[in-house]
Every structure is written in structure tokens, then in C-alpha cells.
Design a protein. Structure first.
Lengths: 234, 234
DNA sequence: CGCCCTTTTGAAGAAAATCAAGGGCAGTGG
DNA sequence: CCACTGCCCTTGATTTTCTTCAAAAGGGCG
């Protein structure tokens, strides 16, 4: 069901009535598949759809003049993007499939219509934007201590994966490699490797070939001062 | 006239019809004054208004657990904030008056009504949000070379001040002190001082007691690779 | 097995933080 | 008119953090 995860995310942002839910479910979804390493949306593209990640992970990124990459956000199942288009603007950054993705999409006029007729849906879209913005601010706020920055990213991913039910006993799969993590935090992969080693030594987080184990979530949170409020999850 | 600068900013985002303009002008504005160093809006506050800076400068900021401050955006005359409230959310960061400010405000229901009846105004509000978001991404993208980061901030301020007509021959007033600049870029004020000295020595930008002189804007742009597209100015 | 991709490790160097002291300037009050 | 005070900026010396460069070590997979 294409709309299910999307609905879950919307419900975390507002209280949907049954009519709202029915409306979202009735939207005409189509699906595209994007393989790991390929762009879901590219710079300059003017999407005619709103996109929702159904399975897999994606990331927003931009390239610097010197060729280095900065990841500015991670998208998990249920997250959407391309709402840009609601304002008729072109993509000023790209979106990359970190793992093979199934992306659901709705034609923009459809979702605009829904937003216009259903104030709660409109509100949800606004809140989703606010959540994205708050996340960007949280990333900007990220301390310059690399080890804390990494810990906080892990906490964020944990909180979001937990919300969508993708975690079993503090043990989960993260398709990001150390270069992705570095690009998301403005660090080199070499340094990420060293800091992950420290986190492991400290017993806070064990990240080995895409499997992440957190023995004590509270300890990790405390170590980096993570507060999930900016994610707007309920 | 409270609405004038606001209209100018909206016009940079969309093409307003005369009816749209008339609607914005007819909105019931009130004015509040905030002195340099005081908060315009504080964390946790649930604004009942949309705010527009009329004169002065303001900045969004958050405090870290260790007490350090991160400025996540600068607001100049014509910029607005508190649109948060459109979604009924509380402020998760604060807004500080960098210089004495005159802030215009409209009650939220008024602006919501305008947005609902005038699709172009609604679109403008969305685009304004997108511009803010794009700016956050641009800040996140900011290279880790401190001198380039500072140069880029100067370029951004120049572009935005230029747009609102606040610049005469590459010479303008910046009420930010070096600590503000550091907080906006994640640097210490000591390092900012050193880098400003370098920029001065390189003949790229001369910043002395709140007065900024840029001998050759193109040279400065080239030095830091600044591209103003993310500001959505036209 | 051999290849590719990712991670790990080491050593050296660069960038920025930290600590500490001094200097300029504006505003205040004698 | 001058001294005093507070704020901000500047400068130097030192230390920390992270990058860079380089090489080797694991896996996963055809």
C-alpha cells in the first residue's frame, strides 16, 4: 500500500480525520524504482510530482565547486520531497538513492487539490516543511566535536527508524557508508572511521558493515545531548 | 508604510497582481519596537502574528547545551518570520534584535485568509519558506575554509542589502560584531578577527567598526565562489 | 582466486580553538 | 577637559582537532 507510510508520517504531524485519511488513500499513486547510487531527482529538474520514499533510503545533496559533496538530509520511508514544486520552483539540489528505493509519487495538481479542500492536509504539508527546516537548523547547530556530531546523527536515525518500526532491539541496518556520514557532517571518511572506533571503544555505538548496534540508547543520547524535538514525531 | 518592503520581498518571489498588492496593503499592521540585544521572539513562544522586519536587523539563533550560541539566519528589512504559526507550532529557536528593530506584524488569521483567497499570495509564502530552506542548505554547504565562509556571508549580506536598496557604492553598515559573525559560521570571534584581517590584506573586503567596504565585488565573489541563486531574489 | 570497494591505521601537516594579555574607542562622570 | 570604564577588537603562543597522504587489510562477489 503506497499511502500507508505516508499516512503514518502525516499523522505524526497533525490529527487526521477519517475523511482526511480517505482522501490521502484515494490519491492516485504511481511507483518508480531507483537503484542505489542513482539520482531520484537532479538539480534543475522541475518535478511534476510529489515524491514519497516507500522503501530504501535517499539523501539530499549538493556538490561544491571543488567537487566535494555535502549531504543536507536523509530521507527514510514515509518521508516526502519535491513539495518544492508546490511553489513551481526547480530543484536547487539533488536527491540520491543511498539504497535501492521504491518511490511513490502523486501528480502535483492532485495533492494541491487535496491541500485546498482539506485544511488539515494543508497544515500537515506545512508542518512537514517546518520539520525539514528544523532539521536543517539542528544540523547547522551540530557541535564541531566530530564524535558528538556522529553520535547525534546516529540518534536521529535511530529515532526516525524507530518511529517507522524499522528497529529490533537497538539493532538496525544503515545503508550509509563512512563517506556518506562524512559528507553529511562535513568530515572526511578517515576521521569518521576513527570516531566510530572511539564510539565503539566507549561502548556507545557499534557500527560494522552497515549494521548498527546501540547497547544503551540513553547513554548515547546523554553523551551527545540529543533532543529529538526537532523531528516533529509523536 | 508597513507593507512596502514586505511587498517588495513578495514581488521578488512571485508576480503579484494589483489585486494581490491591494490585499497585502489592506492587511491590518501593527508595529512593535525591539531594542538591540533583546529577543523579538523566544523559544517556546507560540506567536499569534506573522512578523516582518521593517527597520533594523534580526537573527535566528539557538543555544547549545554548553551555552554557546549558533546563529542560523539573518533577517533584514522586508524579511518575515513566525509563519511557523501558520502550522500552529511553537518557536523551537529564538529571534534576536541585532540592531534596534521596528517589527511589523499581522494577526495570523488575517494572513491565512489572504493566503486562502489569493493563490498567488499563498504561493509567495511557500516560496519564502523555500528560500529560507535553501539558505539553510547554503549555510550547511559553506566550506570549512573559514575565510571563504566569511567572504560568502559578506556576499550574501551584500546581495540582500543591495536588493532592498541599502547600499551606496559598495559601502554599507553591518551591525554584526565579530562574535555574531563567528556564531553564524561556527567560528570563534578570535578567528573571525584574523580572517577579516586577511580579507583586508587581500584587498577583498574591509570591515572596520561596523562599516563594510568592498572594493571589487566580482573579485570577492570569485574568491569564495558565491552564487546568489538560493536567495530567490529577482 | 582475484578484484573492487570500504575500512583501518600511521605519520605529518594545516586549520581553528583556547588561553591570555594588551589596545582602541565611545560613553560617563568627575 | 580628562580620567575611568566597558566593550570590542587585535595579537601572540600553545594545543587540539581534523585533514591529507599513503599504504595495507578486510570482506563480498563474480
Amino acid at each position: 500500500m503506497a499511502a500507508t507510510q505516508f499516512l503514518k508520517r502525516l499523522s505524526s504531524l497533525v490529527d487526521l480525520s477519517e475523511a482526511d485519511e480517505a482522501e490521502v488513500r484515494s490519491l492516485p499513486w504511481s511507483v518508480v524504482n531507483v537503484r542505489r547510487g542513482r539520482d531520484v531527482l537532479s538539480v534543475g529538474h522541475k518535478p511534476g510530482f510529489a515524491y514519497v520514499v516507500q522503501t530504501g533510503w535517499a539523501a539530499r545533496y549538493s556538490l561544491r565547486k571543488n567537487g566535494s559533496r555535502r549531504i543536507t538530509g536523509v530521507m527514510l520511508p514515509g518521508d516526502f520531497c519535491g513539495i518544492h514544486a508546490v511553489a513551481g520552483a526547480a530543484m536547487d539540489h539533488a536527491i540520491l538513492a543511498i539504497a535501492d528505493c521504491e518511490i511513490g509519487r502523486i501528480e502535483l495538481p492532485e495533492i494541491e487539490k487535496a491541500a485546498q479542500s482539506f485544511p488539515t492536509i494543508n497544515k500537515a504539508l506545512w508542518r512537514a516543511k517546518l520539520a525539514e527546516e528544523a532539521t536543517l537548523r539542528a544540523w547547522l547547530l551540530n557541535s564541531r566535536e566530530a564524535i558528538q556530531a556522529i553520535a547525534r546523527l546516529i540518534c536521529e536515525l535511530h529515532a526516525r527508524l524507530s518511529f517507522i518500526g524499522a528497529i529490533s532491539d537497538g539493532h538496525f541496518t544503515v545503508p550509509l557508508n563512512q563517506e556518506h556520514i562524512g559528507d553529511a557532517l562535513g568530515l572526511t571518511s578517515v576521521h569518521v572511521s576513527r570516531m566510530l572506533k572511539e564510539l565503539r571503544a566507549a561502548g556507545l555505538a557499534d557500527y560494522q558493515r552497515q549494521e548498527l548496534l546501540i547497547p544503551d540508547m540513553d547513554a548515547l543520547r546523554a553523551a551527545c545531548g540529543f533532543d529529538p524535538a526537532y523531528l516533529y514525531l509523536r
